[in-house]
Ligand binder design. Sequence first.
Ligand code: FES
Ligand code: FES
Length: 154
Amino acid sequence: MVNGRDVVRDVPGRLLLSDFLRHDLALRGTHVGCEHGVCGACTVRLDGAAVRSCLLLAVQADGARIETVEGLAAPGAPLAPLQEAFRTHHGLQCGFCTPGILMSAAELIDDGAATTTHEEIRELLSGHLCRCTGYVGIVAAIGEACGLEPEAEP
Ligand code: FES
Ligand code: FES
């Protein structure tokens, strides 16, 4: 199941999950940067867990529930609160890293936003490369989505 929709396909055994999502299902919000598990751009959720889709084969997702960034808000529907927070806090510039970060943040929020700290958000972001923002807006956005008080200016 991908973004709540049943998907049945025959795929080559060596097809990466990232390529399956982007090329077979045209879900190109999942970005591919390093292709070896370092940059985090390809992060999607598999049965709720944030995973790097460039490190998984499509066949490994057989029977699983996959969520991509397109699943956060339906076309034409209002943005999810997490996405709105990114807009408010200028948490993106070029946007290449953004879908992966959103999916990791969504897992963090589902797993217990009430107990999250800004330190945990920074730890989460250690697995995501962003060349543009300096991360400050991203931390603020995820913090707001978790219901945290804004951090004091340094
Ligand atoms: S493309 Fe998967 S971690 Fe970089
Ligand atoms: S917004 Fe450009 S890489 Fe993060």
